[in-house]
Write a protein that binds this ligand. Structure first.
Ligand code: NDP
Length: 448
């Protein structure tokens, strides 16, 4: 008989927490999870999933416009935001239900309330109930970080963007990262006038320079405005409800909506970590070792709250590794090398492995192969958007160390190509593969 109420108590039912809970339970552990918002966490409720649905919805704007060149005449074309918004919300609720079902069918007990840590083996629920557990897993994710500017409360974040009453005529987006570029594309396609304001002159700085330059060029050509080297100084709410946004080196802009996309901070505030000696770093991220153990031996953490790699599939892998290691007798460590990632901008971009500049800084010899082409669909549509694919090759070994691309369906294509980079395949092996014609992906095996 265990001396604790549970073998594992998980705080946070997002991607990492749900995976860890259900796998630990399947290994035979007695598990409970507490969630103060909705089961599914950021990815399912207010992130990847609803965002991708909006990306699909937004893309119709281009498809409908291009349709005439393909012989389709669409008489009346009108976008109805509440229809899309409500359908997305309904599907999110459906997925939330599936996540809840998965937990319940694995006998994981769910507490729909906030939990905080009150000791190395003890949590306190918002209702006041104290619960003991042999192990505690912190999987509380991250939360939008907003720079402390006067009037910043008038802006919204990705938490609120899915529930807007109407599409803004004019929107200002703060930041130049994932969320900023994805929503710049979405709102532009929905007909908003979009201005993206960033403190530096680089968007998406972790991606290959040539690829992000192409996104900037296409976005600008499409009518998205970029203001670089600008920080907000004050946000004023005017009498008509619109906002006047003051910046460090630009005249004020008036807009209906201001969206902050200035990064996400680990969600550790008020969690009681100090009561168990759990150390956090200067950004508030829980410090863990390579088996996800914090500085308190009975407390662990996975996902965005550890600020290692803020991506859903990584949180899932960390949750799985934790459960397998400590409840499945199968010690597992997450391999963080060669993580493919994508930005669902318009058009999307994706990358895996070393960028050209990373390769030049770390390898003795580097060969670059590029294909800069206009996809067949764009040619017939009269759309002047070019795709760009890039292979980064170690000049000494011929191994492909990075693939970077921008163009239609780039994330779909890159997921398959990432296998080759992870497997350390050589450029000569790419060349041996017969092209699949006509496709965009064939460019990957035709670069000379
Ligand atoms: P990002 O880290 O991608 O970008 C943050 C942007 O905000 C950068 O341009 C940064 O500038 C700027 N910034 C940061 N702090 C400030 C500040 N105090 N004042 C002004 N500007 C600031 O964050 P996002 O919010 O876009 O996304 C959060 C995370 O969510 C991402 O890191 C990503 O891991 C994940 N995500 C993943 C997606 C995907 O996989 N497709 C989609 C959406 C989110 P600078 O470059 O100068 O630092």
């Amino acid at each position: 008989m265990t001396q604790y109420d549970y073998d594992l108590f998980v705080i946070g039912a997002g991607s990492g927490g749900v995976r860890a809970s259900r796998v630990a339970a399947a290994h035979g552990a007695k598990v409970a999870v507490a969630e103060e918002h909705r089961v599914g966490g950021t990815c399912v409720i207010r992130g990847c999933v609803p965002k991708k649905m909006l990306v699909y919805g937004a893309h119709f704007a281009e498809d409908v416009m291009d349709a005439a060149r393909f012989g389709w005449h669409i008489k009346e074309c009108k976008f109805d935001w509440p229809v899309l918004r409500d359908n997305v919300a309904a599907d999110v609720s459906r997925i939330e239900g599936l996540y809840t079902q998965t937990l319940e069918s694995n006998q994981v007990e769910i507490f729909h309330e906030r939990a905080t840590i009150s000791g190395p083996n003890e949590v306190r629920l918002a209702s006041g109930r104290m619960i003991s557990a042999s192990k505690i897993l912190i999987a509380t994710g991250a939360w939008p970080a907003i720079p402390p500017i006067e009037g910043c409360e008038h802006g919204i974040t990705s938490n609120e963007v899915f529930g807007l009453d109407k599409i803004p005529e004019r929107i200002v987006i703060a930041g130049g990262g994932y969320i900023a570029n994805e929503f710049a594309g979405i709102f532009h396609e929905f007909g908003s006038k979009v201005t993206l304001v960033n403190r530096s002159d680089k968007i998406l700085r972790q991606y290959d320079a040539q690829i992000r330059d192409r996104l900037l060029q296409i976005s600008t050509m499409n009518g998205i405005e970029f203001l670089f080297h600008n920080e907000f100084t004050k946000i004023e709410k005017m009498e008509d409800g619109r906002l006047r946004i003051h910046m460090s080196s630009h005249d004020p802009i008036e807009a209906d909506t201001l969206l902050f996309a200035t990064g996400r901070a680990p969600h550790t505030k008020g969690l009681g970590l100090e009561k168990a000696g759990v150390e956090v770093d200067k950004n508030g991220a829980v410090v863990v070792d390579d088996v996800n153990r914090t500085t308190c031996p009975s407390i662990f953490a996975v996902g965005d709250v550890t600020n290692r790699v803020q991506l859903t599939p990584i949180a899932i892998r960390e949750g799985q590794a934790f459960a397998d290691t400590f409840f499945g007798n199968k010690p597992t460590k997450v391999d963080y090398s060669c993580i493919p990632s994508a930005v669902f901008s318009h058009p999307p971009l994706a990358g895996v492995g070393l960028t050209e500049s990373e390769a030049r800084n770390t390898l003795g010899s580097v060969k670059i192969f590029t294909s800069d082409f206009r996809p067949m669909k764009n040619v017939l549509a009269g759309r002047n958007e070019r795709a760009l694919y890039k292979l980064v090759v170690n000049g000494d070994t011929d191994v492909v160390v990075g693939i970077h691309m921008i163009g239609p369906d780039a994330p779909e294509i890159l997921q398959a190509a990432a296998i080759a980079v992870k497997a350390k395949l050589k450029k000569s092996q790419f060349d041996e593969v017969v092209a699949l014609h006509p496709s965009m992906a064939e460019e990957l095996v035709l670069m000379k």
